[in-house]
Each structure stands twice: as C-alpha cells, then as structure tokens.
Design a protein around this ligand. Structure first.
Ligand SMILES: CC(C)(COP(=O)(O)OP(=O)(O)OC[C@H]1O[C@@H](n2cnc3c(N)ncnc32)[C@H](O)[C@@H]1OP(=O)(O)O)[C@@H](O)C(=O)NCCC(=O)NCCS
Length: 404
C-alpha cells in the first residue's frame, strides 16, 4: 500500500456536479463554464443547476426562489441560542454552532434510520439550510455588535436580501449584482476539504444539519476558506506597493505561505481569481474607491509571487481578490469566510444529495507505523520520561499544509 499525504490526486468519488481542469484553469458546474454562469446566471438558478443537474425552466426557478424566500426567517428559539453566544464569537463558529442546532428543530428520524427515500425531507431541509445560512450570518453581524438583527425581506433576491440585512439599507444594484456573481463563483468546487467533509459525515446518514455544520468547521481553517480574511490582513500589513517585494521575500525565506496563493488542483491561475480581479478593478474604478491602493498592492503581490512561485505551480486562488471586493461592499473581514460558506452551502447540499443516491460509508484504511509486541509495565516500574523540548518549541517547528 502506498500512502498519499492529503489524499492528493486520489479519486474518492464519482461525481457529475463540477469539473476542474487544473492545467487550463477551467471550472464548470454541470458542464457550464463558470465564466458564463457568473456573467449570465443568478445564485438561485445556479443552486438549482447544482442540485438537480439542469438549468431550470422559468416556472421551476420561480417556485424554488419562492421557497428560498419563504424559508429566510429563523425560529425565535434559534435566535435565543445566538443571543447566548459571547459577542466575540467568530461568525464561522456561530454558524457552525447554530447550523448544528437546526438538527433539533428539524429532526430527521425516518431519514436517520436509513430511509434515504424520504425525498420530501431531503428537499425541504436543502432549502431550509441554504435559505437560513444568509439570515444567520446577517443576524450575527448586528447581534455581535449589540444591536437587534434586521429581519429578512421576501421581496428581494438572495443577494439583495443579504446586503439589506447586513447594511440595513436598500441594496445598491451594482453591489447586489456583484455579490450575486461572487456567490455563484463560490458555490461549488469539486471535493475540496469541506465538501469531502460533507460526504464523509453524510455517508454515516447523520442529520444534514450536522453534516453542514461539520463542513462549516472544515471551511473555517486558514488553509481553506479562512484564507480570504488572511489575504486582506496581509495586504493591509504590507501597506504600500514598494513594501511588496521585501515582504514576500521575507515570508518565503521564513517558509511561510503567501495567503491566497496556491491550490491543490490548479497549476495555473484559478479562473475565479481572474474573474474576481476583473470585477474588482472595474468596480473600484467606477466607484472611485479608497481601496484602490489595496488592489494595486494585490496586483504587485501577484506579480512577485508569479516570479518566485510559478515554477511550483503556485498562482492566485479564489481567495486572493474576493476580500477586496467584500471590503469595498462594506463587509468586515470576519464576514468574508461566512459569505463563502453561505455560497458553498449550495455545493455542499448537492454533494450530500449525490452521496445519498449511491451511499457507502467512508472508511479508508491506514498504514500502521507505531510500535508492536510491547509488554505492559506496571506504573511504579516505569522510568520517568525525558522531556527534550518544550511543547511550544515543537509546535513552532511543525509546518503542516492541507488541501483547500
Ligand atoms: C492551498 C494549499 C493548502 C495547497 O497545498 P498543497 O496542494 O498541499 O500544495 P503544497 O504544499 O504541496 O505546495 C507545493 C509547493 O508550493 C509551495 N506553496 C504552495 N502554496 C504556497 C503559498 N501560498 N505560498 C508559498 N508557497 C506555497 C509549497 O511550500 C511547496 O513548496 P516545496 O515543494 O518547495 O515544499 C497551499 O497552496 C496553501 O497553503 N495556500 C495558502 C492558503 C490559501 O490561500 N488557501 C486557500 C485555497 S483556495
């Protein structure tokens, strides 16, 4: 048996949902190029496409959209759970806790007994989770700052309603269209760490709310969805175009990663980074934004990184330009990864449903490298262990990289 760290390149499923060509920098959802979907589709339509495999008819889209609108409100007791969280709770941790708690409000007794044929429950919970995600993130933005949350509106699209709930203002059509495109771009990306988490937990027939809560935990890590927040902090720390080269050189010499760079699947620029860069540039110019300097720093970081890292196949990924766009929309950096999670709930639900259609519990094997044939020594006869290094020193030395 050959051990492949991080399961890199190991097929863990067959899937019809999305496809990446890492050499060409191509991403398709159900066969449609992401570039075309970002330009012409909506998040609601793309979600239906991901879930059911085809572009919907007008009637199907309207019916699904209406269900999403009808499921935006969350129960009073769920808000009570949120009120009891410390205001310092990161929105990703809040989301993980509250989405897990939805399992008690929407139990799945039949389904958990193995009744995967319960299609009605599967469809209802799919809509419930996708609709609730945006409400929970927007609620928490106000609650953690000590204010009452703003209730969702049914007359707005998914993206418009999220903007409205976070800002409390009528959504600007330019921002709503841009946010819609961002949601489409983040909705799905084959079996990355969080989607694989969805499949592993889903394969046990755990409640779907627990499944998505686990996926949220997986996405929250800085090597995965958490990178977009790290990128903006890095660009702010760099501060000016002149500082870029020494900053990058120092970080690389210290063997630290450059946030928003590199991807397990792409050996060229992530197509989503290309679209987001284009969108950022045009909107920053149009709005004569104060954040243009961050964009200029980002372009310079990309230039220096391509010079230094292209031979390793390391180029900007989706997280590199998305933060600038979200910051310009007025979102706090802590909201960036939750917005990613809101969008990705569509892809997670699609993979959860696909997993159920041909389910086999995940149970890989391992190569044992530990000791064997040891005899038990009574505690009083054991010699004291030698402590060679303190634990902090050991932690600093370990540099672990995972899949995104
Ligand atoms: C995404 C990521 C986890 C992929 O990891 P991976 O597929 O395991 O890639 P590897 O760690 O094998 O990288 C291959 C080489 O490129 C280097 N590399 C990869 N990403 C890098 C980065 N962001 N900055 C600097 N070097 C990087 C590695 O150090 C390694 O170099 P080596 O061969 O000299 O040891 C990794 O690129 C990363 O940590 N990126 C930053 C975090 C991020 O932006 N995540 C969001 C992804 S959407």
């Amino acid at each position: 048996m050959q051990y492949i760290p991080g399961l890199a390149g190991v097929p863990a499923t067959e899937s019809k949902i999305s496809f990446i060509d890492g050499e060409k920098g191509l991403l398709t959802y159900r066969g449609y190029d992401i570039m075309e979907l970002a330009e012409k589709s909506s998040f609601e339509e793309t979600t239906l496409l991901l879930l059911f495999g085809e572009l919907p008819t007008q009637e199907e889209l309207e019916a699904f959209d209406q269900k999403l609108r009808d499921n935006r409100r969350v129960k009073f007791n769920i808000k009570e759970i949120m009120k009891n969280l410390p205001p310092t709770t990161h929105p990703m941790h809040m989301l993980q806790v509250v989405v897990a708690s939805l399992a008690s409000f929407y139990p799945s007794t039949e389904y958990m007994k193995g009744g995967t044929e319960n299609q009605e429950y599967i469809n209802d919970v799919t809509v419930k989770i996708i609709a609730h995600m945006a409400t929970l993130v927007a609620y928490w933005e106000h609650m953690r700052n000590g204010f009452d949350p703003i209730e969702p509106r049914k007359d707005l699209t998914y993206a418009e309603n999220f903007l409205y709930m976070v800002t409390g203002e009528e959504p600007d059509p330019d921002w709503a269209r841009l946010l819609d495109a961002c949601l489409i771009l983040h909705a799905e990306h084959t079996i990355n760490a969080s989607t694989f988490t969805t499949m592993v937990v889903g394969s046990t027939l755990a409640n779907p709310c627990s499944v998505i809560s686990a996926a949220i935990a997986s996405l929250s890590g800085p090597l995965h969805g958490g990178a977009n927040q790290m990128v903006i902090e890095m660009l702010e720390e760099i501060g000016s175009v002149e500082n870029v080269r020494p900053y990058i050189e120092k970080r690389l010499a210290e063997k630290k990663v450059i946030w928003g760079m590199g991807h397990r699947e792409y050996k060229t620029k992530d197509p989503r980074a290309t679209i987001l860069q284009r969108l950022s540039e045009s909107i920053l110019q149009k709005k004569k934004s104060k954040l243009s300097h961050l964009f200029e720093i980002a372009v310079e970081v990309e230039k220096v990184c391509v010079e230094k890292l292209a031979h390793k196949g390391v180029y900007p990924n989706v997280d590199f330009y998305s933060g600038i766009l979200y910051k310009e929309m007025g979102f706090e950096p802590e909201l960036f990864t939750p917005i990613f999670a809101v969008a990705r709930s569509a892809g997670w639900m699609a993979h959860w449903r696909e997993q159920l259609q041909n389910n086999k519990i995940f149970r890989p094997t391992q190569i044992y490298t530990g000791a064997g044939n040891l005899c038990y020594i009574p505690i009083e006869q054991r010699s004291p262990k030698k402590v060679t290094k303190d634990p902090e020193e050991i932690e600093e030395e370990s540099f672990v990289q995972q899949e995104s």
